[in-house]
Design a protein around this ligand. Structure first.
Ligand code: HEC
Ligand code: HEC
Ligand code: HEC
Ligand code: HEC
Ligand code: HEC
Ligand code: HEC
Ligand code: HEC
Ligand code: HEC
Ligand code: HEC
Ligand code: HEC
Ligand code: HEC
Length: 358
């Protein structure tokens, strides 16, 4: 064992000794035998260095010492009911606990139990009620049953097992991840979880639990593109609430292309068909050439109309435009030519008759 490792271990031992001295029975009396049953993290360290390194400093280790917890707990008059999840070996009858935080033995059982079979249900004993992560996950449908807590979260550090939230989804949703990868959303650091995991704090007064995003889907009310995009809609706000207005055009949301109601996808800069499906009359006149630029008949709708604020102000009517098909052609139509030919014929007949008469 090299020196740095020795040093690290020494620090660990000191820390653990500190933890052991924080055995606390101030909330209530605790029987001596029970203390012996639980041996504290220092005991496990003897043989399990690497899980210990991961766990130390994790939010489970800190679950009691966490300043936010301490502040809130004290503000509420230090009720014992909080401790069942923020400590280890909480005894409801005695109102006592063995160790601060969520230690090894809270998950693996006290002393030499060493139960390696830690289930989602166990995580659920604490990640429920006010922070209903477990319930949400349970309701996320059969598709996410294989996405266990410890697939996405490291079992001992509690941090994400992948580098980013998107990384955890990519374990299974590779094709979606690929679609997003080349877009400005990926470049701008937008994660799958930014749209798919709706997080909201609990409302203690109303007794409303938090939303932790672990159903992995969102309702129309929950997804609001405008949390990131300052793009208030005018007129097109009639298309729906929040994201659903945006999605009626940006329907191919992962690749950021536009999508028609019938499912056809167009690149964002070729959006004429998109407008056409709802503004058929204008589209027809645009096609006929009576709505648009006289000098540029191919000017797309969005060159004049901002799709987010489409009313073109200041102009009450467009200048007259020549029919599209004849644009740029010599200004002589088939009918005119026909009439001219007939007239010329008629004229020559008259002349011939006149000559004959002479
Ligand atoms: C004296 C050494 C020693 C101590 C102390 C010790 N363990 Fe172990 N533990 C072992 C050995 C040996 C194994 C078996 C390793 C194997 O099967 O690869 C083991 C296995 C485990 C396993 C895996 C069991 C499984 O089913 O795969 C867990 C979990 C575990 N220990 C937790 C703990 C916890 C928590 C503590 C502290 C309360 C602890 N151990 C204390 C030696 C120890
Ligand atoms: C059923 C188990 C449980 C009980 C009981 C419980 N908590 Fe928690 N608490 C949790 C969990 C799980 C989290 C982490 C939630 C998350 O991040 O999703 C948490 C987080 C917190 C946080 C936020 C800490 C942070 O760093 O963000 C505070 C503060 C807190 N709890 C205070 C309390 C208080 C005060 C009580 C008692 C009135 C209490 N808790 C009772 C399980 C519980
Ligand atoms: C929040 C719950 C939790 C806590 C706290 C916890 N563990 Fe674990 N531990 C797990 C889970 C989950 C597994 C993986 C079990 C499986 O694979 O089925 C695990 C696995 C293990 C294993 C088996 C070998 C391995 O790495 O997979 C050992 C040994 C272990 N833990 C020791 C510890 C020790 C020592 C501590 C305290 C420093 C600790 N655990 C704290 C949940 C926890
Ligand atoms: C004894 C209760 C308890 C158990 C069992 C438990 N947790 Fe926790 N967990 C907590 C509390 C309390 C917190 C919040 C601590 C804080 O921030 O103050 C927490 C925090 C977390 C966090 C947040 C990490 C962060 O950085 O904010 C994750 C992720 C987590 N737990 C996952 C798990 C998983 C996965 C399991 C099951 C293997 C599990 N927990 C089992 C009580 C528990
Ligand atoms: C498919 C992957 C996935 C699964 C499965 C999963 N989580 Fe998470 N979890 C995440 C992501 C992603 C975040 C958000 C992290 C972030 O934004 O930094 C998160 C956040 C959390 C947080 C809050 C951490 C924080 O930083 O505030 C807790 C607590 C948590 N998860 C617990 C659990 C528990 C308990 C389970 C099992 C019932 C579970 N998770 C299942 C991916 C997952
Ligand atoms: C263990 C694999 C796995 C992981 C990890 C996973 N998913 Fe899924 N998910 C599935 C499967 C399987 C389906 C159903 C088939 C499909 O639609 O692709 C699904 C479906 C979905 C759906 C469609 C709606 C539904 O509930 O059927 C959404 C949205 C979704 N996942 C989002 C996510 C997000 C966001 C993450 C990351 C936080 C994630 N998933 C992580 C396996 C996984
Ligand atoms: C900008 C927001 C946003 C981001 C980022 C995003 N999604 Fe989605 N996702 C949506 C919306 C909105 C829907 C519903 C689309 C619909 O119903 O037409 C959806 C649908 C899905 C579905 C189910 C329908 C389908 O297309 O199969 C899955 C699975 C999914 N997303 C996975 C992911 C994954 C994985 C990531 C990250 C790589 C991700 N999403 C990133 C907004 C987003
Ligand atoms: C978490 C923040 C976030 C959310 C939520 C979000 N976006 Fe974005 N979006 C961005 C960022 C950052 C960019 C890249 C900005 C840039 O490069 O100008 C972007 C870019 C885009 C672009 C491409 C811009 C371009 O110039 O090519 C479109 C289109 C877009 N978002 C639509 C949406 C829609 C529709 C929704 C809701 C379903 C949404 N976004 C939700 C942050 C977000
Ligand atoms: C009526 C259809 C429509 C609606 C509704 C719509 N968009 Fe767009 N959006 C477009 C089209 C088409 C483009 C491409 C315009 C172009 O190429 O000039 C675009 C471009 C964008 C861009 C990138 C270009 C820019 O202007 O910065 C962002 C970002 C964007 N939309 C976000 C949103 C958000 C957020 C919403 C909802 C609040 C929304 N859009 C609603 C059709 C729409
Ligand atoms: C999904 C249907 C839909 C799509 C797609 C759509 N619109 Fe609209 N548009 C509407 C609705 C609904 C209104 C509001 C009409 C009202 O206020 O009476 C509207 C209003 C307008 C207006 C204001 C005119 C008026 O009658 O108030 C213009 C201009 C416009 N849209 C142009 C466009 C352009 C350009 C596109 C393509 C980028 C487009 N629209 C795509 C449905 C749509
Ligand atoms: C050369 C610029 C230009 C192009 C290209 C263009 N428009 Fe217009 N559009 C206007 C102007 C200016 C008005 C307002 C004057 C009017 O009502 O004639 C208008 C009016 C409208 C209106 C009615 C607005 C109202 O207030 O009643 C709709 C709907 C519309 N356009 C849709 C479209 C669609 C769909 C396309 C593409 C197929 C398109 N426009 C192409 C300039 C353009």
């Amino acid at each position: 064992m090299d020196r740095s490792k020795m040093f690290k271990l020494a620090t660990l031992v000191t820390l653990v000794l500190f933890l052991m001295t924080s055995i606390n029975s101030s909330v209530g009396a605790s029987a001596q035998e029970e203390v012996e049953e639980y041996r504290g993290p220092g005991y496990c360290l003897e043989c399990h260095v690497s899980p210990m390194e991961d766990w130390l400093g994790s939010s489970h280790d800190l679950a009691f010492r966490d300043p936010l917890f301490q502040e809130e707990w004290k503000a509420q008059g230090s009720p014992a009911s909080c401790l069942s999840c923020h400590t280890t070996g909480f005894d409801e009858d005695e109102n006592s606990y063995k160790y601060e935080g969520v230690t090894c033995e809270q998950c693996h059982g006290p002393g030499n139990t060493m139960n390696g079979n830690v289930s989602e249900e166990l995580c659920g004993t604490c990640h429920s009620y006010t922070y209903p992560t477990y319930e949400e996950w349970k309701n996320s449908g059969p598709s996410h049953a294989n996405a266990t807590c410890t697939l996405c979260h490291d079992k001992h550090t509690t941090q994400l097992s992948a580098q980013t939230p998107t990384g955890t989804c990519s374990i299974c949703h590779e094709s979606h991840a690929d679609e997003v990868a080349d877009t400005k959303h990926a470049a701008g650091g937008v994660e799958c979880s930014d749209c798919h995991m709706y997080v909201a704090p609990p409302d203690f007064e109303q007794g409303t639990p938090a939303s932790t995003g672990h159903t992995f889907t969102m309702t129309p009310e929950q997804l609001d593109c405008e949390t990131c995009h300052d793009r208030p809609l005018s007129k097109h706000d009639k298309l729906g609430e929040k994201a659903f207005a945006c999605l009626s055009c940006h329907g191919e949301i992962h690749s950021l292309e536009v999508k028609l109601i019938n499912g056809t996808v167009y690149p964002r800069d070729e959006s004429v068909a998109l407008c056409a499906q709802c503004h058929n009359e204008r589209y027809t006149s645009w096609k006929q050439g009576t709505h648009g630029k006289p000098e540029d008949h191919d000017a797309h709708c969005v060159e004049c109309h901002d799709p987010h604020d489409p009313v073109v102000s200041g102009i009450s009517t467009l200048p007259a435009v020549l029919p599209r098909e004849t644009a740029g052609a010599p200004s002589i139509s088939f009918t005119t030519a026909f009439i001219i030919v007939i007239e010329l014929l008629g004229f020559s007949v008259i002349i011939m008759r006149w000559r004959a008469d002479v």
